[in-house]
Design a protein around this ligand. Structure first.
Ligand code: ZN
Length: 159
């Protein structure tokens, strides 16, 4: 575990120990479940979306420090954003953690920058992006329907 120590920056530890939005938002109308079999991380993302705006976001699940901190930081980052802004943020975040700037946007990552270190640990990239892939799946879901996500292997199902 010692080679992972420099990943565990203060922000990551803070969000791992005290996750924000670890709850089901009232009136949630978008839900998806994500699973990262490489690490065993599981996350359920619930959103309340109205008029193209993510009014509230929450998550539940069990995973490693990186996946939990990432889900916590993500829910903070997307709350109040439009769906388009959240998707631009995901593209920028994916570019940050993979080091692949293709498709990147100039969205302001703010505290999400804390996860930049995972790019040096390829096995951890899926931990960091799981919540975001699950968010994307949730945004495409229609409440009460199963919306399979064949494009993202880490997201196994959604409600
Ligand atoms: Zn993990």
């Amino acid at each position: 575990m010692s080679d992972l120590r420099d990943l565990y920056q203060e922000i990551i530890l803070d969000h791992y120990r005290t996750p924000r939005n670890l709850r089901a938002p009232a009136g949630a109308n978008r839900t998806a479940d994500g699973h990262n079999p490489l690490c065993g991380d599981r996350v359920r993302v619930r959103l309340r979306v109205a008029d193209g705006v993510i009014e509230d976001a929450g998550f539940e699940g069990a995973g490693c420090a990186i996946s939990t901190a990432s889900a916590s930081l993500m829910t903070e980052a997307v709350k109040g954003k439009t769906v388009a802004e959240a998707e631009a943020l995901f593209q920028a975040f994916r570019a940050l953690v993979t080091g692949d700037s293709a498709g990147s946007t100039d969205a302001d990552l703010g505290k999400l920058e804390a996860l930049a270190g995972v790019r040096d640990y390829p096995i951890r990239i899926k931990c960091a992006t799981l919540a975001w892939h699950t968010l994307e799946s949730a945004l495409r879901s229609v409440s009460g329907e199963v919306a399979a996500d064949p494009g993202a292997g880490s997201v196994v199902s959604s409600e």
